[in-house]
Design a protein around this ligand. Structure first.
Ligand code: SF4
Length: 281
């Protein structure tokens, strides 16, 4: 390739890096076995690396009888940490501080009797965890369209967003609610890391021939980056690893921009960039 540009913001964010460090430390200290509830991060390659070091994954507490349980960066649903302690497990909490702040915002809004509206993906583990701390009449919608399809909105609404959701979506939903509610209160809970990455990927995607976004297919923030890049560069590809590059059919001489999701480890990004450099052109 004639030119490869790597985004400065590519790769692990603060919260994911912290969660991986906590997991490695827990594996060293024990007590073993050491489990995570669900994948520690949404990146299969890094999960495999940690599994090779001895990290086990459980879907729920019923599958863990002894040892250590790590709460991943997305957090855990209400009661899970207390239940794990009651079972006698060593609990290591790797919940990202920004996710904890989102939870505090939800509790504040609930205390002020606002109906909670979480702008995000209902099936994402972070949203499921946050929703479990919110009152029963709370809503989740990832877009204005989805909110319009939900008849349950009340006149006083407190709005927050999934940390990795697009800030523009939070703005659109809040703007829509101004028109249909009597009172709204909005907390900007989108993570600044995510906002900065999306801005940088847009700038970069408009200046290259091909954009490559590296990240797990189950990673919400990687999917948001791919969406943002595609708006500026139609030839945007999302891949998980360097093995997928050959099938992309990138023309020799192309200017290629590379970025990566917040859960993509540096060694996977290095592998992608190294493979691109070795490609003909
Ligand atoms: S994207 Fe932001 S909120 Fe999510 S884990 Fe990373 S630092 Fe935390």
């Amino acid at each position: 390739m004639s030119e490869i540009i790597l985004a400065e913001t590519a790769g692990f964010c603060f919260g994911v890096e912290r969660a991986v460090e906590i997991a490695v430390s827990a594996l060293e200290k024990g007590p073993k076995p050491v489990y995570t509830l669900g994948p520690i991060i949404h990146n299969p390659q890094e999960v495999q690396r940690l599994e090779a070091m001895g990290l086990l994954m459980a879907e729920n507490l019923d599958d863990i009888e002894r040892g250590t349980v790590i709460i991943r960066s997305h957090g855990a649903q209400k009661g899970v940490i207390e239940m794990a302690r009651l079972k006698g497990l060593n609990v290591v909490d790797a919940t990202c501080p920004f996710v904890n702040r989102l939870k505090e915002r939800v509790e504040t809004l609930a205390g002020e009797n606002y109906q909670i509206l979480i702008v995000g993906q209902a099936d994402h583990p972070e949203v499921k965890a946050i929703l479990s701390f919110a009152p029963a009449d709370s809503l989740v919608a990832k877009s204005v369209q989805e909110l319009k399809e939900n008849p349950g909105i009340k006149s006083r609404v407190g709005i927050v967003a999934q940390t990795t959701h697009a800030l523009e979506n939070l703005q659109r939903v809040a703007s829509y609610c101004v028109g249909i509610c009597k009172e709204i209160k909005v907390f900007r809970t989108t993570c600044q890391t995510t906002d900065a990455r999306r801005k940088q990927v847009r700038d970069m995607a408009g200046k290259v021939d091909v954009m490559i976004v590296v990240g797990g297919r189950n990673s919400a923030n990687t999917a948001r980056l791919t969406e943002a890049a595609t708006e500026e560069c139609p030839r945007t590809h999302q891949i998980e690893s360097a093995e997928e590059i050959a099938a992309l059919g990138i023309h020799p001489g192309s200017k290629v921009g590379v970025t990566a999701g917040a859960s993509t480890p540096g060694w996977v990004i290095d592998d992608v960039v190294g493979t691109l450099k070795k490609s003909p052109g």
